[in-house]
Design a protein around this ligand. Structure first.
Ligand code: SF4
Ligand code: SF4
Ligand code: FES
Length: 257
């Protein structure tokens, strides 16, 4: 059954823009990306949208639908009333390139700041071994499709451009946690996560977990354990003594955890 769907779509570029109203044919069972493609084909040929897989796996069709960060290809029209006006806007945390397409290079810069996996020497037989539970923990983290919806929703940077240089965001706290908890990795990333990546600025609101399309428990399984590991290190008496000796004269340590 087809019906007229009312859409309000943000149109513009880095210099500014506005919400434009459209009425588009919609079919039962379609997703937001379907109707935007029909809008492009019939009324707004120059509408900019980023997408690739249409299967919730490439992470490129992120936008805000009625103000909530979501994948356009995984948002069904049946989530809304048929007579409701659906508003689609670009992710607010990142600069707009055009229409619904944002520049997410902030995330690639933060990714480059995470030191690479540095595995320990293999066992005498040339193999590396780890427990199955460690494998499974890492698998949850590696489901990330880099849609950056968690980065978009995080209030530390959402309306605070000034926090971006000192804050990596939930997607990268996930990466720090994955590597720091990896039994074969030799880097200690706790200080880096706390001091350079701004882990202490996260106040565990769990908004990132709520929008993750992969259902990754970002806060419970990555951020909170990582904060606990930072605390363990900070209050380890040997580390404490080392910090006192080597950091004397460099000002107070940051305390937020
Ligand atoms: S839990 Fe932390 S990282 Fe996640 S949205 Fe809240 S402040 Fe941001
Ligand atoms: S953690 Fe989830 S919300 Fe964040 S980028 Fe990965 S898949 Fe997207
Ligand atoms: S188009 Fe790939 S996740 Fe939506």
């Amino acid at each position: 059954m087809s019906y007229d769907l009312k859409l309000r779509v943000w149109r513009g570029d880095s210099s500014g823009g506005e919400l434009d109203d459209y009425v588009v044919d919609a079919e039962e069972g379609e997703v937001i990306l379907d109707v935007l493609h029909r809008l492009q084909a019939t009324q707004a040929g120059d509408l900019a949208i980023r997408w690739n897989c249409k299967a919730g796996k490439c992470g490129s069709c992120s936008a805000e639908i009625n103000g909530r960060p979501r994948l356009m290809c995984m948002t069904r029209l049946s989530d809304f009333e048929p007579d409701e006006t659906i508003t689609i806007t670009p992710m607010r945390t990142f600069p707009v390139i055009r229409d619904l397409v944002t520049d997410v290079s902030f995330n690639y810069e933060k990714a480059r700041e995470v030191p690479a996996f540095a595995p320990a020497e293999p066992d005498a037989d040339g193999k590396r071994r780890m427990m199955q539970e460690d494998v499974e923990r890492g698998q949850e983290f590696r489901k990330c499709i880099e849609c950056f919806l968690c980065q978009d929703v995080c209030h530390v940077v959402r309306d605070h451009e000034e926090n971006k240089p000192a804050y990596a965001g939930p997607r990268f706290f996930l990466r720090y946690a994955e590597l720091d908890m990896h039994p074969l990795d030799t880097n200690d990333r706790r200080n880096l996560a706390q001091e350079a990546a701004g882990l202490g600025m996260c106040n565990i609101t769990k908004c990132c977990t709520e929008v993750c399309p992969e259902g990754i428990k970002i806060t419970d399984n990555a951020i909170i354990p990582m904060k606990e590991r930072v605390v363990d290190r900070k209050y380890d008496p040997v580390v404490w003594l080392g910090n006192k000796i080597f950091r004397r004269g460099q000002g107070p340590e940051r305390d937020e955890v």
